[in-house]
Design a binder for this molecule. Sequence first.
Ligand code: SAH
Length: 301
Amino acid sequence: MPRLPAPDPPGQPLIHHHQSGDDLAAGPGEGGIYDLGRPGEPEAEPEPAVPTSLDELAALWRSCAPDLTDEQVAGLARYRDLLHERNQRVNLTAVRDYPGIERRLILESLRLLPALTMRAAVGDRVLDIGTGGGLPGMVLAIARPDLGFTLMDATGKKVQFLADAVEAMGLANVRPLHGRAEEIARDTGYRGQFRVAVARAVSSLPTLIELGLPFVALGGYLVLPKGIDLDEELRAAERAGALVGGRVVEASILPEAGSSVETRLVVIEKVAPTPKTYPRRTGLPAHAPLGLAEKPARSRR
Ligand code: SAH
């Protein structure tokens, strides 16, 4: 596949810090009450002895992404090793063991590829909101070197890991970005600039719609892996979408992938420009999600 230049002009520092100075507080998604999308992710697991062999990994990952080259399989394995190693010292993800990283993180991210391939063409920009240790953004970027990825997170140590991994692996199509979605969405270099935005295990649908849709170009998409039980969230998502210019166009269950995780893939199309008032100031999109306020108030004694 043709390699494209990084999504930003060359000669820039590898990490873009959207705010100067202070490290930003971890977002509401981290263990927060809106983190509904990943049922049953355990706190920690016993450390197994060995990582899975490249041959087995190739078979596992190609079950989701048949076009992966040997080089890309090796790249994903390298990313697995870097994540596993740094995660011993720095808290990047609650999934700490090799099989967990290989299946629940990398394979789960590869499951998004068909949805991305349907909607993004060579040279398009893709944003991963709340990428953490690089999920799903790093995985998708290794699988699709022809797309330009921006990996955004509010937590400095996670973005630092991504910058180190990008450098170690020589990934030309990945740009780590440190900051909060609420603030970066005001920047004209990012607002409305992405064909697709993804987010995994970050927040509820109405929150992700408010945080994510401002970044998406008209006619582009939010692609969000979520859990199965989603009816109420989907109703709120419809109402939130109407306010910020989005329409839910899909909420289908993904084919089984050998990870025993049931995933519903929610796709929101940007059908109208997002009013300047969105996203609201930092914290509000998660703490007072759009679409919920309109529910009939329960009586309180
Ligand atoms: N997507 C990763 C990480 C999930 S944890 C994975 O699947 O493993 C949620 C991440 O979202 C955290 O790293 C947190 O820092 C980030 N986050 C939450 N709210 C954010 C916001 N408003 N702006 C930027 N990052 C945010």
